[in-house]
Write a protein that binds this ligand. Structure first.
Ligand SMILES: *Cc1c(COP(=O)(O)O)cnc(C)c1O
Length: 455
């Protein structure tokens, strides 16, 4: 921290954060260092609540300068995009327990050429898959594993961390657990994750259990296994992850010099991340740093669209479905655990939910790739939804729009290969660009190039 900030700092009471029931009806506070995932009274998910009065004793300018002075530097642990906001994330975590690989600080990409093509010049893509394990799950996992480390240091019975995963959660959990030296147990739906996603936890030394079921089936099993308090549940029903994941929205606003974009579009499955996005943006308003909320768009694959269906019934009730296979494997979820939180995010941001087909998501990713991106299928879902909303005039052309790219395309090589070979089910590859196989003959090569370039 620069000394100028330190010396101008008024004395504030120590920052504090506790778990509370997300649903009303339970007035109790629970320690974030206890093994607890739901309110014992309301049965609702928990939510980390921060001491806003303490945080508000600093001015908006103080916070802005403080975070800018830390993020992206090598100051331990503040250089991390998450721990740069440590007072807003897990304030009483001790330095020695922070398990960070300098996550966050991902590039916000001006998608200039894609924006020009679709008539949306102020289009940006937050490349949050450019992260340690290749997805934005790192943001939440650094917080969860850090808290677990402190729990173990302080004598908790926890011996291992566990998660059911569609692939990216397990990769992040395995890496952060390995960095901390804590055993990790991973439950994956057999045959439903990409090779890269399967091999990441294997390489990091996690105990990988591939179950003969889908994600929702793995989720049921992991919840039973973690009833034993020695194994700590790392799924997003664990509200600690939300605290790290919420930093992505704050980081976007910071990258725009604390100006709030008009829209943020994100692919959703279990609905933890859209809830987190809202929570972070709301904190900025509560601290007087911003004065408006972007409109949040939850983008779903039509084959795994329970949230979209709930949206169509005006959120009168939660819809639970059996999700069909989709190319967007990380969001192939039929019973989203953070449903109630996500409804709040959409309603209070004047947001909306939209869905796209397999054909639309794959071609949207390909169009983006042609302008220099390398979009994973989930990012394809968000891009296709964004394009649909621009075409319909729901998103006005002059608005500033951010699409959150949630994973790195390199984790989804089979998706890319299948697209360009034209054999993805339900997809007509409009931009297939297969390699040309030629003999090593200069004349044939020249003739081919001339044809390709229209010379
Ligand atoms: C986890 C994940 C999502 C969706 O996040 P939820 O919190 O499950 O809604 C989207 N894209 C990718 C690549 C993910 O790994």
């Amino acid at each position: 921290m620069p000394s100028s900030l330190e010396s101008s700092t008024p004395a504030v009471k120590p920052y504090h954060a506790t778990f509370r029931s997300f649903a009303p009806g339970d007035p109790n506070e629970y320690s974030i260092y206890d093994v607890i995932y739901r309110s014992p009274i309301t049965g609702s998910l928990l939510e980390v609540r921060h001491d806003l009065d303490a945080l508000r004793q600093h001015s908006p300018d103080y916070w802005k300068q403080l975070i800018a002075s830390r993020a992206g530097t090598t100051q331990w642990p503040y250089g991390s995009g998450v721990w740069a906001m440590r007072e807003w994330v897990a304030p009483d975590l001790r330095d020695e327990n922070v398990v960070s690989m300098y996550e966050g600080n991902t590039n916000l990409f001006w998608a200039r050429r894609l924006g020009e093509q679709i008539g949306l010049p102020d289009l940006w893509v937050k490349l949050s898959g450019n992260s340690h394990t290749g997805s934005f799950k790192d943001l939440g996992m650094t917080v969860l594993v850090s808290v677990v480390k402190q729990m173990i240091e302080d004598g908790s019975p926890v011996r291992a961390v566990a998660a059911a995963s569609t692939g990216d959660t397990s990769a992040a959990l395995a890496a952060y657990a390995a960095y901390a030296g804590i055993p990790a147990i991973i439950f994956l739906p057999q045959g439903k994750v990409s090779t890269a996603q399967l091999i990441q936890p294997v390489a990091n030394g996690a105990h990988v259990l591939a179950l003969d079921t889908d994600f929702d089936g793995c989720m049921r099993i992991v919840q039973e296994v973690t009833e034993d308090k020695s194994i700590y549940l790392a799924n997003s029903m664990n509200s600690l992850r939300i605290e790290g994941q919420k930093t992505v929205g704050i980081e976007i606003v910071r990258q725009f010099d604390w100006e709030v974009p008009d829209w943020i579009v994100m692919p959703v499955g279990n609905l933890g991340n859209i809830s987190a996005l809202y929570k972070g943006l709301k904190l900025l308003m509560e601290l007087g740093i911003t004065d408006k909320m972007p409109r949040l768009v939850a983008a779903q694959a039509g084959r795994a669209n329970p949230f979209y269906r709930s949206y169509l019934n005006s959120f009168k009730e939660k819809v639970i479905i059996q999700a069909d296979p989709t190319l967007a494997t990380a969001i192939q979820i039929g019973n989203p655990v953070s449903y109630v939180k996500a409804v709040q995010a959409i309603e209070e941001s004047n947001g909306l939910v939209e869905q796209v087909t397999e054909h639309e998501l794959a071609n949207a990713a390909a169009i983006a790739d042609r302008t220099g991106m390398y979009a994973c299928p989930h990012t394809g879902v968000a891009l296709a939804v964004m394009m649909k909303l621009v075409r319909r005039g729901v998103i006005p052309k002059q608005d500033r729009v951010v699409v959150i790219s949630t994973a790195h395309g390199l984790k989804f090589t089979a998706f890319k290969v299948g697209y360009h070979e034209g054999d993805l089910p339900g997809v007509e590859s409009q931009f297939a660009n297969p390699p040309v196989y030629l003999p090593a003959d200069a004349a044939i090569v020249k003739e081919t190039i001339a044809r390709k370039l229209d010379l």
